[in-house]
Design a protein. Structure first.
Length: 211
């Protein structure tokens, strides 16, 4: 099973990283009857990202019955032997990740840092975010971090209907090897929340998460 890393963040909160090295057929053969994903379609079950994330969950809960249920906002929720867990799932190219906790709201995102993101920067960045990403000297990397942080906050909010430019904001940061956190906020109508988003760089990938 190609689990790359399991990190216990605190108590029963776990981050599971999966390197996708197998074909869809190979992963389908490993998918166990213990998993009940009530929103899954035949198309999902042929998708390597979907399969990797579900196998990562089964690898962690090796002997339990596992259910994944979607709420009205299409946010996944995990049930393990009738115990409710919070869950967030992400994937990018050849990696997938799952963040789970029985008592903490969780959210995460995984992105590969490359030049493609520069072409769409105006769709998700405010004017202020465009300025500090451009002057950073590493625009594509800065943009990838902004996008990942916003995607993480979007998942944490969990009710959709957020505009990435108007409602999600990432504070300026300096790119360096010691960067492990980003600061952001969600602001919509009377709703306001501030967040410290954890950050890990893994080669050409960046992982952001909230617990």
């Amino acid at each position: 099973m190609p689990v790359n890393r399991v990190k216990q963040l605190h108590n029963n909160t776990y981050l599971i990283l999966w390197d996708i090295t197998e074909t869809a057929d190979q992963m389908q053969n490993q998918l166990h009857h213990r998993l009940h994903d009530w929103g899954a379609t035949a198309q999902h079950r042929e998708n390597r990202h979907w399969l990797a994330s579900r196998l990562a969950i089964l690898e962690h809960f090796r002997n339990e019955e596992v259910e994944i249920i979607k709420d009205p906002f299409n946010k996944p929720h995990l049930r393990v032997d009738d115990q409710d867990w919070n869950i967030s799932i992400t994937h990018s190219f050849e990696k997938a990740a799952v963040l789970i906790s029985p008592d903490q709201r969780v959210a995460l995102d995984l992105e590969r840092m490359d030049e493609r993101i520069v072409r769409v920067k105006k769709k998700f960045c405010s004017d202020a975010e465009l300025v500090f990403s451009e002057i950073s000297g590493q625009e594509s990397q800065s943009l990838a971090l902004i996008w990942a942080a916003k995607e993480t906050m979007y998942k944490w909010y969990g009710k959709k209907e957020l505009d990435f430019k108007r409602n999600l904001h990432v504070h300026p940061f300096q790119l360096n090897d010691g960067l492990t956190q980003l600061h952001g906020r969600i602001q919509k109508g009377t709703y306001f929340s501030e967040h410290i988003i954890q950050l890990e760089k893994m080669g050409e990938y960046v992982l952001t998460y909230l617990v």
